[in-house]
Design a binder for this molecule. Structure first.
Ligand SMILES: [Cu+2]
Length: 146
């Protein structure tokens, strides 16, 4: 009897591990058009986890920019500073917004000019090895503020 209970527990445990998975969904993704004379801009989006395990985003890449990183804007003593974020965890059923004044994608050293209406491909890289390909719309700078 004890033996049978043990087997049931092992089977349930294995099943739980095998099926629990994070599932990142990216919505409302946009990039601020690069201001004249600048060589960097930022990307914003709503990141939701539709899975039943946490999703850990390590970084992102883009064919359009040589240098892409996850940043966070922090205001200390009325001065806004940015720092790189090396892991962003989206809880199961949770949402994190990349938005002006908060988390954002820092997009630096463009390989080509981007115009309003263009789409910029961004790939999010997850800790578990998953890659999610997304598309960000380029929007005029006046459409947002930091
Ligand atoms: Cu930044």
């Amino acid at each position: 009897m004890k033996m049978r209970a043990w087997w049931v527990a092992v089977l349930l445990g294995a099943g739980g591990v095998a099926h629990a998975a994070g599932r990142l969904e990216v919505h409302d993704a946009w990039v601020r058009a690069i201001p004249p004379g600048a060589s960097m801009t930022a990307g914003y989006a709503t990141l939701s986890n539709a899975g039943d395990a946490p999703v850990t985003i390590l970084t992102a890449q883009s064919d359009t920019f040589r240098n892409v990183s996850l940043h966070e804007t922090i205001v200390a003593k009325d001065i806004a500073k940015m720092r790189e974020v090396h892991r962003l965890v989206v809880a199961p059923g949770g949402t994190i917004k990349l938005e002006p004044g908060g988390y954002h994608l820092m997009l630096m050293s463009p390989r080509r000019a981007i115009a309003i209406g263009d789409k910029v491909g961004v790939t999010f890289l997850m800790q578990d090895g998953q890659r999610i390909d997304t598309s960000f719309d380029v929007i005029e700078p006046e459409a947002a503020q930091d």
